[in-house]
Unconditional design. Structure first.
Length: 256
């Protein structure tokens, strides 16, 4: 078979000599192809074709967190590492932005050193803070392409800022995610929580047992205990059974 015939066979399906009957110069195209550019003509439409993947809870705790974000304007998600707190919060933020429920996403994180100093890093203040904000970029890029993330950041639809830059702001029509809140003091958390404006949702995530501050300075546990009785605020406590990372993470956290 010639190269041209092979290409035609790959393009149009299996070769059928009967389609040449009547006129050797006329070739009929097969009409029973397995795929159509119209999505509703395809038989295997169960798979999500878009880059934005469907969010699915992998544990009872994650399901409770997703329902809480849908129902409340302020949610606090507390739990050990690997339970998907940050990922689910950012995934719901992207979902709200894409659906038009909010006009922008604001992500904030405390720039607290975990034993290392950032003073030696080259560049200006923004360059020195970049490593602390990197996990937020990673979570965003998993929901959106980096090209889309850069475009949204350029037009102001996505903003990533350290906690220290949030004072004095009112965040209306926004989805706010405060990540690693265990590294915020009580005063910082009080300041952040009061940034909530009209038509906005705020999700605060953190692990009270993994604070880089001294225990008496971290305000996450105290704030969560005080806000838990408030009916319009959801405090979701994730546990070891909700860890979706490597199974060794749950085993290590059980003994460390």
């Amino acid at each position: 078979m010639t190269k041209r015939a092979l290409k035609r066979q790959l393009r149009e399906g299996a070769f059928d000599a009967g389609q040449f009957a009547g006129d050797d110069k006329i070739r009929r195209l097969p009409v029973d192809r397995g795929w159509s550019p119209l999505a509703h003509h395809n038989s295997n439409d169960e798979r999500e074709q878009g880059y934005l993947k469907t969010i699915k809870a992998k544990s009872p705790g994650q399901e409770e967190l997703i329902k809480a974000i849908d129902a409340k304007n302020l949610v606090m998600a507390l739990g050990p590492a690997g339970t998907g707190k940050t990922y689910l919060a950012i995934a719901k933020a992207v979902e709200a932005l894409e659906s038009g429920s909010v006009g922008r996403i604001v992500l904030s994180r405390p720039a607290v050193e975990a034993g290392e100093s950032i003073g030696y890093l080259p560049g200006d203040a923004e360059d020195k803070l970049a490593p602390y904000l990197r996990p937020l970029y990673d979570a965003l890029s998993d929901r959106l392409s980096m090209k889309r993330v850069r475009a949204l950041m350029a037009e102001g639809a996505i903003e990533i800022a350290p906690v220290g830059f949030m004072r004095g702001r009112t965040l209306n029509n926004a989805f706010i995610v405060i990540d690693e809140a265990q590294n915020c003091t009580y005063t910082q958390l009080k300041m952040l929580l009061t940034r909530l404006g009209w038509h906005s949702t705020m999700v605060v995530t953190g692990d009270p047992d993994q604070s880089d501050l001294l225990p008496e300075f971290s305000g996450l546990r105290t704030v969560a205990e005080k806000l838990e009785p408030v009916g319009n605020i959801a405090v979701v406590r994730l546990a070891d059974r909700d860890i979706v990372r490597h199974p060794l993470v749950a085993e290590m956290l059980g003994v460390l």
